[in-house]
Design a protein. Structure first.
Length: 64
């Protein structure tokens, strides 16, 4: 692996590393049952992800 020494390449590498860190935090938050939807939305936005959540009521069989 080569080390990039030019200013723009180094800056780009740093931005990609930061994005990777944010994606890891988002993934960890998705796994945690304590994470709120609001927190997920903020973390997703920081990664450039448009986070949408749809809730559907579960139906139970009717008994007559």
């Amino acid at each position: 692996m080569s080390i990039l020494t030019q200013g723009t390449h180094l800056h780009l590498q740093s931005d990609l590393e930061k994005l990777g860190e944010r994606l890891i935090r988002f993934g960890q938050a998705l796994k945690s049952p304590d994470t709120t939807v609001g927190q997920l939305d903020v973390l997703a936005s920081s990664c450039g992800i448009n986070f949408k959540l749809r809730v559907v009521a579960e139906s139970s069989p009717e008994t007559d």
